[in-house]
Design a protein around this ligand. Structure first.
Ligand SMILES: Cc1cc2nc3c(=O)[nH]c(=O)nc-3n(C[C@H](O)[C@H](O)[C@H](O)COP(=O)(O)OP(=O)(O)OC[C@H]3O[C@@H](n4cnc5c(N)ncnc54)[C@H](O)[C@@H]3O)c2cc1C
Length: 311
């Protein structure tokens, strides 16, 4: 059935667009349209919106800030909920923090430092929303979002909401069950380790400086962070190894496809120059993986999620 905005007219505050260009909603600034883009729904409204889409028998997908996505140049077939807000929705009771899934991760990190509600400083500067971060178990410096999460309020594909404890989410390195189920994080509660405000602030400052020095600013150099996951240990004594090291050694620095090129300070990040297409990024990532396979015999696994058709 062809979906139209009239099918989802239940809340006047929703912004609904047909054939919306998804390039405007990802940090890579690439990709074609989706049939319907729904923005502005609150966590309380989303269940009704999902039920409307189900009645229209239309597939859908939630996105946050689009900081981990490459959308095909041909677009995608699903309707998209953009669940991303610049107004943080956070409540704290000592070191227990409950936050809406559409809150930006860095806003949450800043809140926890300023209100001394426990240490989440490692999330400083990670682009994206809390919901996207939980789905992919985002993290940095050896810590990840699943570490101190107690529970989430999940919206199922059937439109029903349920509370789900930590263990049901099956967190692993850059992974949770939500990547497979497509269920939506409406909100979540963390219990954070106590830390002194001045120590957390110093750590946040250090991390923000490190990111400025080593990572592209996606506002000026569109990208989606690390293309490949780091390499899992093959025995209990080994540590996870940086994919960037193997890419560097495999000589990918000078690789370029169309407008897609390797970021000058990090061999595991692709940035988009003028005229870059999503297909360019796909092909460059194929070449990077092939170079590592040839030199080291290692199969890299993509961390960035490619959506839609690629050749
Ligand atoms: C410059 C740069 C630096 C980065 N550094 C890091 C880093 O240090 N560590 C790191 O882990 N990542 C990093 N990333 C990647 C990115 O920030 C994370 O993957 C982030 O968690 C993506 O969140 P998002 O809201 O943008 O999700 P999106 O990219 O919009 O979506 C990603 C996935 O999450 C799902 N999703 C989104 N919202 C929800 C929700 N509410 N409920 C359920 N599922 C949802 C989507 O369906 C999709 O499958 C970086 C990216 C950039 C551009």
């Amino acid at each position: 059935m062809k979906i139209t905005p009239e099918m989802i007219t239940i809340f006047p505050n929703l912004k609904i667009r047909q054939n919306a260009p998804l390039r405007d909603f990802t940090t890579f600034r690439l990709g074609g349209p989706c049939p319907l883009l729904i923005e502005g729904a609150t966590a309380a409204q989303l269940p009704d919106v999902v039920q409307q889409l189900n009645q229209a028998k239309h597939p859908f997908l939630v996105i946050g800030q689009g900081a981990n996505l490459v959308i095909s140049d041909h677009g995608i077939e699903q309707a998209i909920f953009r669940f991303c807000s610049e107004t943080p929705d956070i409540k704290a009771d000592e070191n227990r923090v409950t936050v809406s899934g559409d809150t930006l991760l860095d806003d949450l990190a800043l809140f926890t430092v300023e209100n001394e509600t426990g240490d989440l400083s490692y999330c400083s500067g990670i682009p994206g929303t809390v919901g996207g971060g939980i789905a992919g178990n985002a993290g940095a410096f050896g810590r990840q979002m699943g570490d101190h999460l107690i529970s989430v309020e999940l919206l199922g594909l059937d439109g029903n909401v349920r509370a789900v404890p930590h263990d049901e989410l099956e967190f692993a390195y850059r992974h949770s069950k939500l990547k497979e189920t497509g269920e939506i994080v409406l909100s979540t509660t963390f219990e954070l380790p106590k830390a002194d405000r001045s120590i957390m602030q110093a750590e946040r400052d250090r991390i923000m400086e490190f990111r400025k020095e080593h990572h592209p600013d996606w506002h000026n150099e569109p990208c989606a962070g690390s293309v490949f996951r780091n390499i899992e240990p093959t025995s209990a004594v080994e540590r996870r190894k940086a994919a960037g090291y193997f890419l560097e050694e495999a000589g990918v620095r000078s690789f370029k496809v169309g407008g897609a090129k390797i970021y000058e300070k990090h061999a595991n990040i692709i940035v988009a120059d003028k005229g870059c297409t999503a297909q360019d990024v796909w092909e460059l990532s194929e070449q990077m993986a092939a170079a590592v396979k040839e030199k080291f015999g290692i199969d890299l696994v993509r961390e960035v999620r490619f959506l839609g058709k690629f050749n």
